[in-house]
Design a protein around this ligand. Structure first.
Ligand code: ATP
Length: 683
């Protein structure tokens, strides 16, 4: 290794974390803005105070150099890396052997450092944040065979970060949670791996690929992931050791037991205040052993190993892009481009106290990997996180909710939001009660109380008047007298509409009576053939496109079940009848000119059944519904866990990943089957 140092090759300047934190440089601000945009600081929490952003905490970076593991190599070649002090190291410059590349980090651990040195120096200090209700993460990064698993897991003789952290954390929890202390504490663990872009539960390997979600505070969670309560280290080992056996490892040319996946141990510390105001806090610790980046020219990987390697390298590449985007303050940070980065979203540029341990190897054959790992580590230490206290009130301590969603809506909207059954029950909802005299309603509230049809007509009249330019004054701001005249006109129109509706009903009844009398006509009609009625000539508002929902199976069912009423097909445009129920699917599609009107009770029954399933069904039950696969089922269960029960089927649209269109087609596919009491088959 050359003795001369070239300053131009110093990749990271001597500026320590404190100096950078205090600085107000533009790039730092941009990074902070990106961190905020990425989800940090979205919370309004008591520790931080409403409107105030949590203070920044830079990602800490430590580098660990492992010793030579191959004695022969140590004798034949000098190391290509060496430490210069407890924070700095230098690497030979392959372009010019007279020079070295210098790096400075928060800590550097040389080849003689022990497991305890790394743990006590870099990991132990962040554990206390968990008891403050904050998140923390430890990531082991580096090329394959550089010692990540050794650092995180270690061996029975040299236990690594994971066992040491668990021992200390459980001890802390015991001390803090003893009787007489203000908080009651509990610890829960989960363990997963990301293997070939699949999130697999190591505590329950049968569970399949899990979905990663983000809550309103920007916290990352995985619904359906097994959570095991632990109270002692023996408890932890009982779950952890067999689960570690489930992790995917394989032999490569560079490591006999190479991790083929990213392993993530999640330890959650839940705290509940014993006395008023009964706050609760949650701190999460992620302990992550990343799979190593692999140069497949050297690993000699082929087949499955090559595929695994591709997934590992891609996710690590995205990790690099995320770090770069955060550093450059880019508006879009590509967290979603890989499962790994999605999971690390609140650890990088997010809400956690994070420490990255970059593992490097001294052998020459690792040289390029070492330089690339060090460069990544140097970029990572510029990333700013904003840890905050994750604190809320325990559910029983919350004051009663004053306004329900229905109460916030106007009466007509609330009526629409209620199911037909609810309407029939006619509960004395506050929405129906007159507003108290002292409550001064704003004009907007008055409008929202109006019948939507009237309101729609008022607004279109308003638009019309506006477009004519004659009156010039928009309706809602016209003088009271003129407004009254206009409203009266609207009311008259409404009356006329009602009259026409009545007339139409009479006509319909007449036609039905005629059909009954006409035996020839009757002969032609199989009981299930749905007959068109004259088209309505008056539309109150823009006609809503009605869903044509008629699974063949159900129509046949209706034929033998006279109780269930499915009414009428209404003609729209072309004069064609549904000839027979055996009509092919394409023919049915061609019948777009026909609308089907279904018995409202039948629809309401179907909706209620769907709602019950959405609120009470397991992911497996939900998979039994049409148009719901494994992912959507998990999304639904996850949403429910986060937000509570769905109040109406349309709430499905609020589930991230389910669009309004999908909800519509889901409804169409399921409503009749469920109403008719069919068990739903898989889609
Ligand atoms: N600090 C250390 N002291 C002694 N041996 C070490 C040290 N670090 C790593 N090793 C040894 O080096 C080998 C490779 O280490 P390890 O499996 O931890 O690498 P890795 O980075 O996790 O690799 P991969 O990404 O392929 O899983 C192992 O035999 C391990 O025992």
């Amino acid at each position: 290794m050359g003795g001369t140092t070239s300053n131009s090759n110093v990749r990271s300047g001597p500026g320590g974390g404190s100096r950078k934190d205090a600085g107000v440089s533009a790039p730092l601000r941009r990074r902070e803005m990106a961190a905020a945009a990425s989800g940090a600081g979205r919370c309004r929490l008591s520790k931080v105070g409403p409107g105030r952003r949590p203070p920044p905490a830079r990602v800490r970076v430590a580098v660990r150099l492992r010793p030579f593991v191959d004695g022969a190599a140590e004798v034949s070649e000098p190391p290509c890396v060496r430490g210069t002090d407890s924070c700095s190291l230098e690497v030979a410059n392959w372009r010019n052997y007279q020079e070295t590349l210098k790096y400075q980090f928060d800590a550097f651990y040389g080849e003689r450092s022990s497991q305890q040195d790394i743990y006590a120096g870099s990991v132990q200090p962040i554990l206390r944040h968990l008891l403050e209700g904050q998140n923390a993460s430890v990531l082991a990064y580096g090329p394959t065979g550089a010692g990540k698993t050794h650092t995180m897991l270690g061996s029975p003789e040299q236990p690594g970060v994971i066992p040491r952290a668990l021992v200390d954390l459980l001890q802390l929890v015991r001390e803090e949670g003893t009787e007489g202390r203000p908080w009651d504490l509990s610890v829960i663990m989960s363990y997963l791996e990301i293997y070939q872009e699949k999130v697999l539960d190591l505590l329950d390997p049968t569970s399949g690929d899990l979905v990663i979600r983000e809550d309103c505070r920007g916290n990352i969670l995985i619904p359906g992931l097994t959570q095991k309560p632990i109270t002692s280290f023996a408890d932890f080992e009982r779950h952890f050791l067999p689960a570690s056996g489930n992790r995917t490892v394989g032999a490569t040319r560079l490591n006999q037991r190479s991790s083929r996946s990213h392993a993530v141990l999640l330890v959650k510390v839940d705290q509940r205040e014993r006395l008023s105001p009964f706050r609760q806090r949650e701190g999460k610790l992620y302990l992550i052993d990343l799979a190593g980046s692999e140069d497949n020219r050297r690993t000699g990987n082929q087949g499955l190993r090559l595929k695994e390697s591709g997934a590992i390298n891609t996710s690590l590449f995205v990790l690099g892009k995320v770090v770069d985007a955060l550093n450059q303050g880019l508006p879009r940070v590509p967290y979603r481009d890989s499962k790994l980065t999605r999971l690390l979203q609140d650890s990088l540029g997010g809400s956690a106290h994070s420490i990255l341990i970059a593992n490097i190897a001294p052998e020459r054959r690792f040289y390029l990997d070492t330089v690339s790992a060090l460069n990544f580590a140097a970029r990572s230490k510029e990333v700013i996180n904003r840890p905050f206290t994750n604190e809320s009130l325990q559910p029983h301590a919350l004051p009663p909710v004053k306004l329900s969603q229905k109460e916030l809506l106007g009466p007509s909207e609330a009526k629409k939001a209620r199911g037909p059954e609810e309407e029939e029950i006619g509960s004395p909802e506050p929405t129906a009660a007159p507003a108290p005299a002292f409550q001064k309603l704003s004009p907007l509230q008055k409008l929202s109380n109006m019948d939507p049809v009237t309101l729609e007509r008022l607004l279109s009249l308003d638009r019309l008047l506006g477009s004519q330019g004659s009156q010039g004054t928009p309706l809602l701001s016209t003088p009271r007298r003129e407004r009254m005249v206009l409203i009266k006109t609207v009311e008259e129109k409404n009356l006329e509409i009602e009259r026409l509706k009545m007339k139409q009903k009479e006509l319909e009844a007449k036609m039905l009576a005629q059909e009954v009398l006409d035996p020839k006509e009757k002969e032609n009609c199989a009981p299930t053939v749905l007959r068109p009625l004259p088209r309505r000539t008056v539309t109150v508002a823009k006609p809503l496109k009605k869903a044509v929902v008629m699974p063949l199976q159900l129509i046949q069912e209706q034929a033998v079940s006279p109780n269930a009423k499915i009414h009428i097909l209404k003609k729209r445009g072309r004069k064609r009848k549904l000839e027979s129920l055996e009509a092919s699917e394409s023919e049915k599609k061609a019948e777009a000119g026909w609308d089907l009107e279904l018995s409202p009770e039948l629809l309401a029954r179907g909706r209620q059944k769907i709602l019950d399933l959405l609120n009470e069904g397991s992911a497996r039950d939900l998979r039994g519904l049409q148009r719901i696969g494994q992912k959507k089922a998990q999304l639904i269960v996850g949403w429910r866990e986060l937000h509570g029960p769905f109040s109406q089927v349309e709430d499905l649209e609020r589930v991230e990943g389910i669009s309004g269109k999908q909800v519509e087609s889901f409804l169409k596919a399921n409503i009749l089957g469920l109403a008719a009491g069919h068990p739903c088959g898989p889609s």
